[in-house]
Design a binder for this molecule. Sequence first.
Ligand code: KIV
Ligand code: ZN
Length: 390
Amino acid sequence: MTKATDQDRVLIFDTTLRDGEQSPGATMTHAEKLEIAELLDEMGVDIIEAGFPIASEGDFRAVSEIAERSKTAVICGLARANFKDIDRCFEAVRKSARPRIHTFIGTSPLHRAIPNLTQDEMADRIHDTVTHARNLVDNVQWSPMDATRTEWDYLCRVIEIAIKAGATTINIPDTVGYTAPMEKAEMIRKLIETVPGADEVIFATHCHNDLGMATANSLAAVAGGARQIECTINGLGERAGNTALEEVVMALKVRNDIMPWRTGIDTTKIKHISHRVATVSGFPVQFNKAIVGKNAFAHESGIHQDGMLKNKETFEIMRPEDVGIAGTALPLGKHSGRAALRDKLKTLGYEVGDNQLKDLFVRFKELADRKKEVFDDDLIALVRIEEDDE
Ligand code: KIV
Ligand code: ZN
């Protein structure tokens, strides 16, 4: 198990403003980044990765201003494995009360081939750059990019070097969403068991969603001993995205019986930040997205609506209020039944008897066959027509 004062606590590291913004077309303005950082801080995110300071003047300014303004969260910037990146990153995060430098290098054979470094040359680079970062700040995160496709012995070797050079968090990225839950859990467990000094640092998990397994892989990593989950709001991120913050946080909350770890997130703030990230990034949330999709707490079929009217636990495993959604929705459509129609009419101020309900239900079904959703105004019109006919 990795170092942490409280072994039940999982740190939430949000990278919406860095990995999320790397999503093609998701660029945010300076003001929008400040707003999202403030919302992340308020909701209890432990570490905010605010950007990649060397990438552009705009990123540098955003990271510096977020560092200056943030109240509680650790503010982190990303840097490649060279002194120039690390120095620029330090300049950006230094005004934070709790700055972190996150430096990384691709360690798999495919990634080592790009700078054309031998294993030994890369190991030396890792030693020198982590040492340099640690001379600037106390809080240094190191990532072997593409860890899940790196040779096991080499991965253990470079992690040991990074720990000895002063890294305080070791992140294990599944850069291309290649791993699977059983493999990721076992990998973290074995790393913690094998690498000398591993019990002195926090292990983190950073998953991408190329095979749709980012949430499952992140939770498996925690089961294996990781105590920091890297994620983004709405799962925004490169290609198929990153682990969605709302999914891991709610999974840990709802299934705490089998996953006994907690986060410090105020879950009632989830819906609002999800909406703001969708708006500023221009990436709408799919209707059936877990937790924050428009349909996540909506029930249209007759059987489901009838069940929900009798007991909400029949078809909901969490309360919409717990994620900041006003309540369950029972939209009326062609699959809806009489119970939901009667309930809706009641909320609109119409108490109807059984015979009137029977007639209205026939008219309602005719209309629902023609329309995707029957709205309040449609129902009021139906009641009026029905009353005129009597
Ligand atoms: O996916 C990845 O490997 C990354 C690293 C920079 C941590 O985003
Ligand atoms: Zn990533």
